[in-house]
Design a protein. Structure first.
Length: 687
């Protein structure tokens, strides 16, 4: 049998060893020079795939060739691809592994050069037009049989790795023409079987979800994508639950690691207090938050989005209780290490697996996701985290629009303790806020939105994120109004956050108005108050809550007066935002009517009773006794909103997001290839 490493010689008169070139590299060089290395040797291909594939060498050598040079050796590349696919049908484990490694290297190596056509020339060089359809059909069928058959974990990992390499060879997944063959020859059923089986899900769940996410995003805006259709109608409860389990366990690991990082950096004592105080003196406005130590996972979030957005059956999974497997967090957002190569003794059979340990306390996918959102939303300094936060808010928007999702969000029988991370700011330290009393999940969602509003008021205003945040609150209120759900929630926290946001916009008008349409955000905030004013009696928990709303409006009347003045000024100066400013003045009519109605009554009561400072209860008493004489204008469409639609507004966002996921996977493959050499050392000899 051939040795995996070339022999060594000693220099004459010296102990220094000279490493000879591996035999496999000589064969590769012959192929790259256009020579037919198999001529005259009937057993050439059987012998070739017993030699350890040198993935790094194939990739680097093919990547160094110009397109014209690749065309000259096209026949040899086609032949190597063909025989690699044919070898996959054998039962010899070493040949199968080396064939898979060779295919991975060929695909990546040929795609390293940008050709004139983004797809067809690559397919011609790699496979050949005449045999492409047949070969790809055979390849997909064989890889599917490996994924769902009785084979080793490591071999299945390698099969999934080849699928993922095929899906990530171009920056824009929709320009990857080779994926047309995966549209014709479906991988969906294999992915579903992996997710539905607890053991295979534990071993391959992340990679399966990543592959499904990429395939769903292939030309999703241009033509019918069979993966979108199949995902949207899938009703296999085991598979849907498995998909949710992979998403939840991955997010839970990020939450655990972030919590550990917070605990490690939590210092006590006077020295820490002084250090924080001095440090805060030199912290700029945009540096309020501590940078978290890890990048968010776009792949898993995008998978959650696609499931929530496309499949209504998945929303039932969000309410399922489950326990998370205890696992270590991957070092990157893609699978952290290369697949281990099966030894000959395994004979393509799986290793015995022990059941995965689980955490003691059951949880819920939505609980985990809300905790994850509170972590990600803390820091918006870079574009990646802003995009991640945007995706979180889009997912919450889709959930808040769904009738069934809202029903379990507000179900008192589905109460959970939700740990939410709170960002460190000048007036408080970083904390993980645990509400020890179980509450409906809608309460935690509102807490999260309030926290976002209060912790991101900065001159570099994340306007779009604020609009989405207030949009989530609006959708929750619309559901409560429609179904007359009286959520036991401290609504004053929402009102305080919204008024604080309006005060921030007023205080920074000159800096913000030239860069942002702050009137659009102000309109949305004011309309939330209008929804409380007009329909609050249908969903506020007690009559006292309605009184407290009026109290807050009267107490903060100056903010609303100033807001009206600002809107009136901009609506009459023919500025850029004239129309939105005019809309804002109209939306303030009822709030101003409340203020103008009750303020004189309160002043009159104060004069009559000779009290200059009234207590809250005294003001509330004046409010209660003067409701009857208050006249308000009925405003239309307060409980209406434009439902979320991905196309066309968000197409560019998701295209860039998938690009980033592909880029992360490629970086991980490069790291894996460097590590792969040590993994393959077990093949030093073959019995």
């Amino acid at each position: 049998m051939p040795r995996l490493k070339g022999p060594t010689l000693l220099r004459p008169g010296s102990d220094q060893k000279i490493a000879l070139k591996e035999k496999i590299l000589d064969i590769y060089d012959a192929f790259l020079k256009g020579q037919d290395a198999s001529r005259g040797n009937l057993n050439f291909w059987d012998e070739l795939f017993l030699l350890k594939a040198n993935v790094k060498y194939i990739e680097s050598e093919l990547g160094a060739l110009e397109p014209q040079q690749l065309l000259k050796i096209k026949d040899n590349i086609n032949s190597l691809f063909y025989h690699s696919v044919a070898t996959l049908k054998q039962d010899h484990p070493i040949r199968v592994v080396n064939a898979l490694q060779t295919l991975c290297a060929l695909v990546r190596g040929v795609h390293k050069r940008t050709l004139s056509d983004h797809g067809f020339d690559v397919i011609n060089i790699l496979i050949g037009f005449d045999s492409a359809e047949m070969l790809m059909t055979n390849l997909v069928e064989r890889l599917n049989s490996i994924l769902v058959g009785v084979y080793s974990v490591s071999l299945k990992n390698l099969a999934l790795r080849l699928f993922l390499i095929l899906a990530t060879v171009t920056d824009n997944v929709s320009q990857n023409t080779i994926l047309e063959y995966l549209m014709i020859n479906s991988v969906f059923e294999s992915i579903i079987q992996i997710l539905a089986n607890p053991t295979s899900r534990q071993d391959h769940g992340y990679e399966a979800v990543l592959l499904l996410t990429l395939l769903v995003n292939y030309r999703k805006y241009e033509s019918a994508n069979p993966y979108i259709v199949k995902l949207s109608i899938m009703d296999d409860e085991l598979a849907l639950t498995g998909l949710g389990a992979v998403i939840s366990s991955t997010l839970a690991r990020y939450n655990s690691q972030f919590k550990l990082g917070q605990d490690d950096t939590a210092y006590t004592g006077w020295f820490s207090a002084i250090t924080n105080m001095v440090g805060n003196m030199f912290v700029g406005e945009n540096s309020e938050h501590i940078q978290t130590s890890m990048d968010p996972d776009n792949c898993i979030l995008l998978a959650l989005y696609e499931a929530v957005h496309l499949n209504r059956n998945f929303l039932t999974v969000l309410s399922h209780n489950h326990a998370h497997p205890v696992q270590s967090l991957p070092s990157t957002t893609c699978p952290p290490s290369p697949p281990a190569v099966p030894s000959a003794a395994q004979n393509l059979h799986p290793e015995p697996s022990s059941p995965a340990p689980v955490s003691e306390s059951p949880t819920n996918i939505l609980v985990t996701f809300l905790s994850y959102c509170s972590m990600v939303m803390q820091d918006l300094k870079d574009e990646q985290r802003q995009n991640n936060t945007k995706l979180c808010l889009i997912i919450l928007t889709c959930i808040a629009e769904d009738q069934y999702a809202n029903s379990f969000l507000h179900d008192a029988n589905l109460s959970f303790r939700v740990p939410l991370f709170r960002a460190p700011m000048r007036h408080r330290k970083a904390t993980t806020e645990m509400v020890w009393a179980s509450r409906p999940l809608a309460c935690a969602l509102l807490d999260l939105m309030v926290e976002f509003i209060m912790s991101h008021m900065m001159k570099c205003l994340p306007l779009e994120l604020y609009l989405r945040c207030t949009g989530v609150i609006h959708r929750i209120l619309c559901y409560q109004k429609k179904c007359r759900v009286r959520l036991q929630y401290p609504w004053k926290e929402v009102w305080t956050a919204l008024i604080s946001l309006l005060k921030f916009l007023l205080g920074n008008e000159s800096a913000l108005v030239s860069n942002y349409n702050i009137f659009e955000l102000a309109c949305q905030v004011v309309n939330l108050f209008n929804l409380f004013i007009t329909y609050g009696d249908t969903f506020l928990p007690t009559p006292g809550s309605y009184d407290e709303l009026y109290y807050e409006l009267i107490r903060m009347h100056q903010a609303f007066d100033n807001l009206y003045s600002m809107a009136l000024r901009h609506s009459t100066n023919n500025g850029e935002h004239k129309n939105t400013a005019n809309k804002l003045t109209s939306s303030l009519v009822n709030i101003r009517a409340i203020i103008n109605h009750f303020t004189p009554k309160i002043d009159s009561w104060s004069t009559a009773n000779k009290q200059t400072a009234l207590t809250e209860e005294q003001v509330l008493e004046v409010v209660r006794t003067n409701y009857d004489t208050l006249t308000l204008k009925l405003q239309d469409s307060l409980d209406q909103y434009v439902r979320y639609a991905e196309k066309p507004k968000e197409t560019a966002f998701f295209t860039l997001l998938v690009r980033a996921i592909i880029s992360d996977f490629r970086k991980n493959v490069i790291i894996s290839n460097l590590e792969q050499q040590s993994v393959l050392q077990e093949f030093s000899t073959i019995q």
